[in-house]
Design a protein around this ligand. Structure first.
Ligand SMILES: *[C@@H]1O[C@H](CO)[C@@H](O)[C@H](O)[C@H]1NC(C)=O
Length: 476
C-alpha cells in the first residue's frame, strides 16, 4: 500500500512524446497558493511530464517543508528553481486589524514582480529545448509570466486558487450584474465588502483581468461532483474566447500512506487521535492567514472547553511574508488552560498535519476559516465544517459549504464580522455540529460526498478524466 497515494504512472509509450513537453508552475507566494500548485505538480509528474516549480528560495523551502502526504524532495523530475530576490519588508500580522485580510503580506506580493526577469530567462531557456512549454501560473502572477506570450511554443494556463463558485460570482459581478439576478447564487451571498484591503484590490486589478486574454485555459482545484453548476457557468461565459476549463481537483492526496511506512516521525496529535472514538473530535484551525487578538482567543478557548467535546486546536498567528524570518507571537491562553482541558483537548502551536487529522476516523468536524485548501481537504476527507470566515473568498466559500452543499454550519455570521464571537456561540456551534441530529445528517452527507470525491480521482472517475483530458491537451 506504500504508494497508494501516488497516482498511477503511465506507460512508456507516452514517454517519448510527452518528454518534449515541460510544465512550469508559478505560484503566488502565500501558503494556500504555494501548496496547491505543489500538489498539482505531483499529479502532473505522474504523467511523466517534468515540472519546474519556480519561486523565491524561502517560498520554495516553505512549500516543500509543509506539504502533506508525499515527499517532493524524493519525487523524480520535479525541478525547484530557487530564486534569490532582494530582501522585502516582512512585518508580523496585526491581531487588532479591523479588516482581517493579511495586509502585512502586501510587501511580499509586491516583491513577486522581482521574479519576472528570472522567470523570463527560464522560459526562454526551456523554450529552446522543449517542444512545448506549458506555464501554469497563479491568477495573480500573469505579469510575471508575460514572456510566455512571445515564445511560439509556450502556452499559459491560469490557476484559480479559489472555488469555481467564488470565481463565477466574481465574473458575474464584473459584468455589472447583481447576485440576485442569477439563481445559481444564494440570495444572501455577501458582497465583497470587508473581504480585502483597498491595496490588495488594486493589486488584483493590476495583475488579473488584463492577462486573462492571453491564456489558453484555466485550471481549478475543484471537482465536477462538487461544483458542476459553477464550472458549467464558467464554460459558458468564455465560450466565445475559446478558453477551456479543467476541474482537476482535489489536488491533495486522497489517501494517507500507512503510518509505519512514512519516514517522518508521527505527530503527537495523531497518536492522541488514535485513542479517541469515531467522529468525537472537532479539529479547529484557521489556516495560515488568520491572526486573532487575545480577547477572541480567550472566548474561543473557553467556548471549546465548555462545549465538553474533544478537540484539537491549532493556535498560531498568520504567516509572515517570509516564514523563516524570526519568531512568531505566542498567543496567550487563559492561565492554566492547557491543564484544565487535559484529556479533552490538545492545543497545537506548530505546523499540524491537517490532511492526516482530517482523514482520521476520530475527527468528526472541522472548525475552519473556509480557505479553499481547507475546504477541499475537508470535502475530500468527508468532514463537515463549522465555518468562521475571515476574509477574501472565505465568506463566499461559507455560503457554498453551508447553503449549497449543506455540509456545514455557520459559527461566525459575516454580517457581524466586527463583533467578537463569544464563548457561548462557540460552544453551541460545536454542539450543533458534533452532537445534534442536524450535525449527524451533515456528517453523513459530507462522508458520502468525500467518498465520491475520492472516487473521482480513481480510474474512470470524473477528475481523473479531466486530468487525462488536460494532459492530452497540453501534449497534443
Ligand atoms: C505595492 O505596490 C503598489 C503599486 O506599485 C504600491 O502603491 C504600494 O505602496 C506597494 N505596497 C507595499 C506595502 O509595498
Amino acid at each position: 500500500m506504500a504508494n497508494q497515494q501516488d497516482p498511477p504512472s503511465h506507460g512508456i509509450n507516452d514517454l517519448t512524446k510527452q518528454a518534449q513537453v515541460v510544465v512550469v508552475m508559478v505560484p503566488l507566494p502565500a501558503q494556500g497558493h504555494l501548496n496547491q500548485l505543489l500538489q498539482l505538480s505531483r499529479l502532473i509528474l505522474s504523467h511523466n511530464i517534468p515540472v519546474h516549480y519556480v519561486g523565491a528560495t524561502t517560498h520554495n523551502r516553505q512549500a516543500k517543508q509543509r506539504v502533506h502526504g508525499w515527499d517532493p524532495n524524493a519525487a523524480a523530475n520535479i525541478h525547484f528553481h530557487d530564486i534569490e530576490i532582494p530582501p522585502f519588508h516582512c512585518p508580523p500580522p496585526d491581531p487588532k486589524a479591523k479588516i482581517k485580510f493579511p495586509s502585512h503580506l502586501q510587501p511580499v506580493f509586491n516583491a513577486s514582480s522581482q521574479l519576472t526577469e528570472p522567470v523570463s530567462m527560464l522560459l526562454r531557456a526551456l523554450s529552446c529545448k522543449a517542444r512545448k512549454v506549458i506555464v501554469i501560473h497563479d491568477s495573480l502572477m500573469g505579469s510575471v509570466i508575460e514572456e510566455a506570450r512571445f515564445l511560439s511554443n509556450a502556452e499559459s494556463y491560469t490557476f484559480h486558487s479559489v472555488s469555481a463558485f467564488a470565481i463565477s460570482l466574481y465574473e458575474w459581478e464584473q459584468e455589472g450584474k447583481l447576485i440576485e439576478e442569477n439563481e445559481l447564487f444564494p440570495r444572501d451571498t455577501p458582497s465583497l465588502e470587508g473581504c480585502f484591503t483597498d491595496e490588495f484590490a488594486d493589486f488584483v486589478d493590476c495583475h488579473y483581468s488584463k492577462y486573462q486574454k492571453f491564456n489558453t485555459g484555466c485550471v481549478y482545484n475543484t471537482c465536477k461532483l462538487v461544483e458542476s453548476a459553477y464550472l458549467d457557468f464558467l464554460e459558458k461565459e468564455t465560450i466565445k474566447e475559446g478558453i477551456k476549463h479543467w476541474a482537476l481537483g482535489p489536488f491533495n492526496p486522497v489517501t494517507i500512506p500507512e503510518r509505519s511506512e512514512s519516514s517522518k516521525k508521527q505527530h503527537f496529535c495523531l497518536e492522541w487521535l488514535d485513542k479517541q472514538a469515531k467522529n468525537t473530535v472537532i479539529y479547529v484551525s484557521f489556516g495560515t492567514t488568520t491572526t486573532f487578538d487575545d480577547e477572541q482567543i480567550k472566548e474561543l478557548a473557553i467556548g471549546l472547553r465548555e462545549s465538553k467535546k474533544k478537540f484539537i486546536w491549532v493556535l498560531r498567528d498568520g504567516d509572515k511574508g517570509d516564514v523563516f524570518n524570526g519568531e512568531e507571537r505566542r498567543a496567550e491562553l487563559p492561565k492554566g488552560y492547557e491543564n484544565s482541558v487535559d484529556g479533552i483537548g490538545l492545543v497545537v502551536r506548530d505546523w499540524a498535519p491537517q490532511l492526516e487529522i482530517l482523514a482520521h476516523p476520530a475527527t468528526g468536524g472541522f472548525m475552519s476559516h473556509c480557505g479553499w485548501n481547507s475546504c477541499m481537504e475537508s470535502i475530500s476527507m468527508g468532514v463537515p465544517i463549522a465555518a468562521w470566515p475571515m476574509h477574501s473568498d472565505q465568506p463566499r466559500n461559507t455560503v457554498l459549504i453551508t447553503e449549497v452543499l449543506k455540509i456545514g454550519i455557520v459559527v461566525k455570521d459575516w454580517a457581524q464580522r466586527d463583533e467578537i464571537v463569544t464563548s457561548k456561540i462557540v460552544g453551541s456551534a460545536v454542539n450543533r455540529l458534533m452532537a445534534s441530529t442536524e450535525g449527524d445528517e451533515m456528517r453523513k452527507r459530507a462522508a458520502e460526498m468525500g467518498e465520491s470525491v475520492r472516487g473521482s480521482v480513481a480510474e474512470g472517475g470524473v477528475s481523473r478524466m479531466e486530468m487525462e483530458s488536460f494532459i492530452a491537451h497540453i501534449t497534443r
